[in-house]
Each structure stands twice: as structure tokens, then as C-alpha cells.
Design a protein around this ligand. Structure first.
Ligand SMILES: Cc1cc2nc3c(=O)[nH]c(=O)nc-3n(C[C@H](O)[C@H](O)[C@H](O)COP(=O)(O)OP(=O)(O)OC[C@H]3O[C@@H](n4cnc5c(N)ncnc54)[C@H](O)[C@@H]3O)c2cc1C
Length: 385
């Protein structure tokens, strides 16, 4: 067992760290205030190869892997949780899923634009009455002879109103329950009968767009289906097991960012004649944050390593996502406490870490859903795949 990163991985990590410090951090405060999403920054991240780690080289991938993807997303999220979202939208979500299940034509048509960051991706499962229970979705794709006709709506979809092409999950045969769900690739900006609008009421992730889709008789071509009719649930679960790792990496970054922030502040702030880091209760808080951060890091890196080895990893990926998102929320909460009143001020990043961290307990399967997956496998009820 080797806990050292390779020279190449250290270089990748350093590139992402510098990008976050030089490209994101200087303007982040203002962009957060204005809820500003920067398409040019997604393209720049694409240029740097940030989204090309897991896709095959023949499709434009850079020959790295999940571990490198995780290292990059972690460094970005240490500065901004909003800016880790493109890792799921551009590569771990649509690109990787189309690489696995798509036709050669679909791969050639969509993957290059997703991974070079010039076409914004998305994946749409969630509906107003459908979250954790994916099979309860109501959106329908009717076989209308020479096309599919889509009716329904999706909510809480990252990139919905800015997305160029992405994945839509809908029922093609309700009778078959979850085996009647299918996956499609849609291009919403040019799709008649499809409208999208932004959700403006989010607590955090202000630089990451989230929106809704409405489909009213939207016609998509027959060949827009991904895989076979009825493959959608299987595809969705496979996709979530990858985007879940992206979320875990983001959570790890937030936990680390909040820890660093708290350490710096505790070493500067003086109360009762000494730095607050010299008070035992602050030391206890820092120790808990540090342990949880390290534990999450080991779990996240292990899940990435297993994926790179092509070994079963659902169990480990869910553990990583659960541990990292809980660590992120706890670290951000402790960080705010250590900052005292300044933690409550929007002048300092502590409150942003907290607001952003809360989303990580929800997306890609809530913490309860992760516990269902973990316990199911721990108890031997379901196999690890
Ligand atoms: C910022 C953001 C971005 C998002 N991006 C996307 C996206 O790109 N694409 C997409 O499709 N969705 C996206 N989502 C939606 C997200 O994936 C769902 O919100 C999530 O799956 C939870 O669904 P829900 O909100 O309907 O909660 P529900 O499923 O209604 O759950 C409510 C509560 O009940 C608990 N619960 C539910 N079932 C069980 C059970 N069986 N046992 C125990 N507890 C249970 C949950 O843990 C939760 O605490 C996004 C959400 C946010 C906030």
C-alpha cells in the first residue's frame, strides 16, 4: 500500500490549486454576490484538461483517471464549491455515461464539446415529486413513430437553463416500473416544446446555475435514446455512482478549505491575552475537523483508486460521499463558530462554506440514501458492483 501521490499527480494537484487561487479566488466574492456563472471559466478549465481525465484518449481524454479528476475537483472546491459542479456536468456525468452507453455517433457528436468545456452538460432525473425515489418520476417519452414526444418537468437540475446538451431520464413504458425508464440526450436550447428557467432561491452555490425544465410535446429524434428503451434506470444508477465521487471530492475540498480557514484565524485571533488556538476547546474543534477531513480524504481517494482499477466500488463510493459531505458540513459549522461574529458576516468565506456545504448532503443521493446503499451492502442484501 502506498499513500504517496505520483509526481504527475502532484503536478496536476498544483495546477488546479494555482488555477483556483489565480483564476477563481480574486473575483469570487463579487461573482458570488451577483450570482454570476462564467461560461468562459468552464472553457478555460476545459482547455487545461480538467474535464478530460476519465474519458478514453481516442475521444479526447488525457490518459489520466478518476484519481486525478478527484485531486483537481478537491483543489477547486477548497476555494469554491460552486466551481466543482462542472466536473460532474462536463465529464463524470454526461461524457462518461455516453462513452459507456452511447453509439459511436453519439460519442463523436457530444463528448468532445463536454470535455473541452465549450458545450455545457447536465443530467435530469429530479422532478417536483421525485427525488430519492427515482422510479417515481412522471416525465414520459412517448414513442410517436419517427420521434419521441416528451411531456413532464424536471426541477433542481444543474445547468438546466444554460445547458447545451445533456441527459434526460423519462418513462417510455410505465407498466414495467423502473425497467420502463429510458435515457435520452437532449439539446434544450433548440428543442421546441422545451423551456427552462433558473431557480433563484438557492441558499448557496451562487456561481453554479440550477434550474427547471418543462416539456410540452417536445419532439426529439428516435436516435436521441441512449442505450435501449428501458435501460434508463440502470444507466442512471451507473451515472450516479460516478457523479457521486465528484460530489465527494467537492465535499472533501470544502472540508479542507474550512479547516485551513479556521486554523489561520485561530492562529491570529487573540482573546484572553493569547491566540484562540491556544485555548483547549478550540484545539478540540480543530482536532475533530482534521481527523474527519483526513478520514474523508482516504475514503475519497480509495474510491477513486478502485474506479481506476475497474474494481467494484459502489460501497466505497457511497461511504466516501457520505463521510466527506458530513465532514464538510461539520467543518464549515465549526469554522463559523471559531470565527465568532465574523463567521456570521458575508465579508468572510466561513458562512459561504457552510451554505454551500449543505447542498453536498443532498445531491447525488442524500446522506440517508448513502446509508441505505452502505447498509444494504454491509448486511449482504445487495452486492457491491
Ligand atoms: C444545488 C442542487 C443541485 C442539484 N442538481 C441536480 C441535477 O443536476 N440533476 C438532478 O436530477 N437533480 C439534481 N438535484 C436534486 C437532488 O439530487 C435531489 O434533491 C435529491 O436527490 C433529493 O431529492 P429530494 O430533494 O426530492 O428529497 P426527498 O427524496 O423528498 O427526500 C426528503 C428527505 O427524506 C429522506 N428520505 C427519502 N427517502 C428515504 C428513505 N427511503 N429512507 C430514509 N430517508 C429517506 C431524504 O434523505 C431527505 O432527508 C440538485 C439539488 C440541489 C440542491
Amino acid at each position: 500500500m502506498n499513500f504517496e501521490l505520483t509526481e504527475e499527480q502532484l503536478l496536476v494537484q498544483d495546477t488546479a490549486k494555482r488555477f483556483a487561487a489565480e483564476d477563481i479566488a480574486p473575483t469570487l466574492q463579487e461573482e458570488e454576490r451577483n450570482h454570476e456563472f462564467r461560461i468562459d471559466r468552464v472553457a478555460r478549465m476545459g482547455e487545461l484538461g480538467f474535464f478530460s481525465c476519465v474519458v478514453a484518449e481516442k475521444l479526447g481524454g488525457n490518459g489520466m483517471g478518476f484519481m486525478e479528476s478527484v485531486l483537481i475537483a478537491e483543489q477547486i472546491a477548497k476555494v469554491s464549491a460552486s466551481w466543482r459542479l462542472p466536473f460532474n456536468m462536463q465529464n463524470l456525468g454526461p461524457a462518461l455515461t455516453v462513452e459507456k452507453f452511447g453509439t459511436e455517433e453519439q460519442k463523436r457528436k457530444y463528448i468532445p464539446g463536454w470535455i473541452d468545456g465549450t458545450k455545457l452538460g447536465f443530467f435530469a432525473m429530479t422532478e417536483p415529486n421525485t427525488g430519492s425515489d427515482v422510479a417515481s418520476m412522471r416525465t414520459v417519452a412517448k414513442d410517436a413513430g419517427d420521434h419521441w414526444e416528451i411531456n413532464g418537468s424536471k426541477i433542481w437540475i444543474s445547468n438546466a437553463h444554460v445547458g447545451d446538451a445533456g441527459l434526460l431520464y423519462a418513462y417510455t413504458d410505465r407498466e414495467k416500473k423502473h425497467k420502463g425508464i429510458s435515457a435520452f440526450i437532449i439539446e434544450p436550447k433548440t428543442l421546441k416544446g422545451c423551456t427552462a428557467r433558473a431557480i433563484e432561491t438557492k441558499l448557496g452555490l451562487h456561481c453554479a446555475p440550477t434550474g427547471e425544465f418543462f416539456f410540452e410535446g417536445a419532439r426529439i429524434p428516435k436516435d436521441a435514446i441512449l442505450g435501449e428503451p428501458g435501460d434508463g434506470f440502470k444507466i442512471c444508477m451507473w451515472q450516479l455512482n460516478n457523479t457521486r465521487l465528484g460530489c465527494a471530492a467537492g465535499a472533501l475540498g470544502v472540508a479542507g478549505g474550512a479547516l485551513d480557514l479556521a486554523i489561520n484565524y485561530a492562529n491570529e485571533r487573540v482573546q484572553f491575552g493569547k491566540r484562540i488556538s491556544e485555548h483547549q476547546m478550540i484545539q478540540s474543534q480543530i482536532a475533530e475537523m482534521a481527523v474527519e477531513h483526513q478520514a474523508a480524504q482516504l475514503l475519497v481517494y480509495r474510491a477513486a483508486w478502485l474506479k481506476d482499477q475497474g474494481k467494484p466500488n459502489q460501497y466505497e463510493t457511497s461511504m466516501a460521499k457520505f463521510a466527506a459531505s458530513e465532514a464538510a458540513v461539520h467543518a464549515a459549522n465549526e469554522c463559523m463558530k471559531i470565527f465568532g461574529s465574523y463567521g456570521f458576516s458575508t465579508e468572510y468565506p466561513a458562512e459561504r462554506f457552510y451554505r454551500d456545504a449543505k447542498s453536498l448532503q443532498v445531491v447525488e443521493g442524500t446522506s440517508n440514501v448513502q446509508k441505505l446503499i452502505i447498509s444494504g451492502m454491509a448486511l449482504g442484501h445487495t452486492p457491491n458492483r
